[in-house]
Ligand binder design. Structure first.
Ligand code: LMR
Length: 395
């Protein structure tokens, strides 16, 4: 049966990593997959993570199974991180550990489909390249809503509201909690309030993808939208990730938080989510979650982690400013918006040919959609990258 199979399409983000690995040029620059790189262009292991790992190596007593829920301390601490330790919504929430943020999204999608098979999910047009395939694979009907004007580098908020007005209580709305991937353009607080009102009016249920908490303004500020939605709505799902803010990418650490109208509803929803988990991967991998629980549960380690997270956030902001300055020096004066957007990603509005020219002529790798990972820029490569972008824009 395998002999008959056609070659499937490459994943737009993972496929690029393969091309980058094959490129022998000394000066190649990877601005593809979303990983944070330091000033030297390396993907570091955080100091807080190293310390937690040393503690675990000395003190962990068993590698026996936990359960489909994962690490209970991790779940409690992540619930507090996502909703706020003082939040009333905590009481009517349940969190389960999942294999990464992607695992959380897939458990959520399978759960939503299981509870109502012909469900629609509204997703922003532009969104993470894996959202649509993931929701389709779970059997949901995907409805894109307009979100962003790539040429002007602006959110299209009126168009968002108009498109979402047709949602009903049967529908799900995918929202990015902060650091929208790939645009870097987030709703402001007034816009979030309008979205919350729209959800109250239509009865649609939000699923918030919170993969970048701590990369925009700060840990609490970046979860303000989740807190607002939890305070206004009876039901909400949040898929969060520790890949970026703990730099634990390959450990696959994430969580799904479900909030119900009542405590008992959240417990029932969790029981159903656990069946989804058990019939798929059974139990999430432990090591990364044990590290996160160790860091969040210790004041000194947590303090160190928050400092490291702040440093990552500030470095990305500085690179945004430097990129814009360098682009201006090369005559590209219409991309100032890049300096004010948030998180790892930005859209350059390049054609497919320009993206290819960047890769082939300049050895600068960005995804086919024209997305760059700003966190891959360094003081050493930013001038060259800006010159290359300006050159391919000019043809
Ligand atoms: C990205 O958008 O590059 C990251 O979320 C990594 C991934 O899995 O695609």
């Amino acid at each position: 049966m395998f002999a008959e199979l056609p070659t499937p399409p490459q994943d737009p983000i993972l496929g690029l990593a393969k091309l980058f690995a094959q490129d022998r040029a000394d000066n190649k620059v990877d601005l593809g997959i979303g990983v944070y790189k330091d000033e030297r262009g390396e993907v570091p292991i955080l100091r807080s993570v190293k310390q937690a790992e040393s503690w675990l190596a000395a003190h962990q007593k068993s590698k026996s199974y936990l359960s489909s829920i994962g690490n209970p301390d991790f779940n409690r601490l992540i619930g507090e991180l996502v909703l706020g330790a003082e939040s009333d919504a905590l009481r009517r929430s349940q969190t389960i550990q999942t294999p990464g943020g992607t695992g959380a999204l897939r458990v959520a999608a399978d759960l939503l489909h299981k509870l109502r098979p012909h469900r629609r999910i509204f997703i922003p047009s532009r969104t993470w390249a894996n959202h649509q395939p993931l929701f389709l694979a779970a059997g949901l009907e995907v409805v894109p809503y307009p979100y962003y004007d790539v040429t002007r580098g602006e959110l299209q908020f009126e168009a968002v509201l108009a498109a979402l007005a047709e949602m009903t209580r049967e529908d799900v709305l995918l929202l990015h909690g902060c650091c929208q991937n790939p645009t870097g353009a987030d709703f402001d607080s007034a816009q979030w309030r309008a979205i919350a009102e729209l959800l109250v009016r239509t009865g649609a249920v939000p699923l918030v993808d919170l993969a970048y908490q701590g990369f925009a303004v700060g840990l609490r500020e970046d979860a303000a939208a989740v807190a607002l939605l939890a305070s206004r709505l009876p039901e909400l799902l949040v898929a969060s990730s520790c890949s970026k803010n703990f730099a634990l990418y390959r450990e696959r650490v994430g969580a799904l938080t479900v909030i119900g109208a009542r405590e008992a509803d959240a417990a029932t929803a969790r029981a159903h989510a656990l069946i989804v988990a058990r019939t798929n991967y059974s139990m999430p991998p432990d090591h990364g979650a044990a590290i996160v629980a160790c860091i969040l549960g210790s004041d000194p380690l947590r303090g160190e982690w928050e400092q490291e997270l702040r440093a990552m956030r500030e470095r990305i902001k500085a690179m945004r400013v430097q990129l814009v300055a360098n682009l201006e020096a090369h005559g590209a004066r219409d991309l100032q918006f890049l300096a004010h957007q948030r998180g790892m990603f930005a859209l350059l509005g390049l054609s497919a040919q320009a993206v290819e020219a960047l890769r082939i002529r300049h050895h600068v790798y960005i995804t086919g959609s024209g997305r760059i990972n700003v966190a891959g820029l360094t003081p050493d490569n930013v001038a060259r990258v800006a010159a290359a972008i300006a050159a391919v824009r000019d043809g």
